[in-house]
Design a protein around this ligand. Structure first.
Ligand code: TRP
Length: 403
């Protein structure tokens, strides 16, 4: 008989047994109910899931996060911190897939990302910051999930392909590079989230992760092929099928006006840039427009930024600028740039204030402390998932104790 697996750790066989012996069924989802004398309760404590979960993260391949990260994902994280039980992952192991020879950089970038998060207002008292390299369950799930993804499908992942091109990896990238896409499925599913706030460039990864979750639930938890993704947990699946949540600006163009904003292309405005640097970078933008009376392209980079950074708090002003710009109604690029610089700096100012505390002597210890704090809860959740996944895969030879 196929053991159907429930999120609370009970198999169908156990449920049948419980029913026939007259005990109450079904038990509330996610509480601990073990009826069988054979199946011992896991030593991993079952964690209450009072709110739906979010997981998302950043890879410390650069010195810091930029405006593209902000409008693509950070804003959503900030907004959803109260509504969801949030897990924010620093994917420092993934950073080794392209920077294996630069461990000191990866370490410094890791600290930098946590500083960015704290500066932006992600709150370690409400959300859990998780350092990937200290969560062994993620590595274990990566290997198990690698069996559920056809190799060719991974290699066709458009996000990986783009990265190979933009980072000039050619054909000499390490085995671990494409493996990180499988790893990202484990990053996500280890926390069994419903939502993954990311920029548009990450959509292909989330799609792969959904495939893994669907396949796992079908293969190991007895969920039928025709069950809708949203009903998977209800039907006994371990993993909710997570959805990507794309930010208000799906793809922010860099100051070169051509490519997506990215550190490696040198076209980024960083959250840690000071006011002068921000204005200087904005001033470097070129549109090819010659005079304040020349009708401008309402879709050019300056106008995209007006939408993103003025329109977000003053829609009327953004509309006015765009109308005059398109009409060549005496509004110069220089003026727009000044107003834009001001708006972006006003947005970054509170972050600078929060960041200043961490830049004082001893500031790094604030960051290290936050990392340590997150690991306790992060590992508890990921260990629980691993335990449940192994149980579903008949790898239930006894729970282990870590830490
Ligand atoms: N690959 C993501 C990026 O480059 C970072 C990341 C790693 C991530 N693991 C994740 C994002 C899990 C969302 C969920 O931005």
């Amino acid at each position: 008989m196929r053991a159907m697996y429930r999120a609370d750790g009970q198999t169908r066989m156990e449920a049948d047994e419980a029913r026939s012996s007259g005990r109450s069924f079904p038990p509330p989802v996610c509480s601990v109910h073990f009826f069988s004398a054979v199946v011992r309760p896991p030593r991993v404590p079952f964690l209450p899931m009072s709110k739906p979960r979010i997981l998302t993260g950043d890879t410390p391949t650069s010195t810091g996060l930029h405006l593209g990260h902000f409008v693509g994902s950070l804003e959503n994280r900030l907004r959803l911190q109260d509504e969801y039980d949030c897990y924010f992952l620093i994917a420092n192991v993934h950073a080794f897939t392209t920077l294996a020879d630069k461990p000191a950089d990866i370490r410094a970038n890791t600290i930098g990302i946590v500083k960015d998060w704290l500066a932006v207002g992600l709150d370690p008292d409400r959300s859990t910051f998780v350092l990937q390299s200290e969560v062994p369950a993620i590595a274990e799930l990566t290997f198990l999930f690698a069996m559920l993804l056809p190799f060719n499908k991974v290699m066709r992942n458009p996000t990986l392909k783009t990265e190979i091109e933009t980072k000039g990896l050619g054909d000499s990238y390490p085995f671990g590079f494409p493996m990180y896409a499988v790893g990202q499925c484990a990053d996500i599913l280890a926390f069994r989230p419903e939502l993954v706030p990311v920029g548009e460039d990450q959509e292909a990864h989330i799609e792969m992760c959904r495939d893994v979750a669907l396949k796992f639930n079908q293969m190991y938890c007895g969920v039928g092929n025709r069950v809708e993704p949203r009903d998977h947990v209800k039907s006994g699946g371990l993993f909710p099928i997570p959805a990507a949540k794309i930010g208000r600006v799906a793809r922010l163009v860099g100051i070169d006006g051509k490519n997506k904003m990215s550190k490696s292309l040198g076209n980024a405005i960083f959250l840690y840039d000071d006011a002068k640097t921000v204005q200087k970078k904005i001033n470097k933008i070129t549109t090819g427009r010659q005079s304040p009376t020349e009708p401008g392209d309402p879709g050019n980079i300056l106008m995209q930024y007006v939408d993103a950074f003025i329109g977000n708090h003053d829609a009327a002003r953004a509309a006015e600028i765009k109308r005059r710009y398109a009409a060549g109604d005496n509004i110069g690029d220089g003026h727009v740039k000044a107003e834009l610089g001001e708006a972006i700096n006003a947005m970054l100012e509170p972050m600078r204030v929060r960041r200043a505390k961490m830049e004082e002597p001893g500031g790094e210890s604030i960051v290290l402390d936050v990392i340590k704090r997150g690991l306790k809860k992060g590992n508890a959740v990921a260990e629980e998932t691993l335990h449940l996944a192994k149980q579903a895969m008949k790898l239930d030879f006894g729970a282990r104790m870590l830490g």
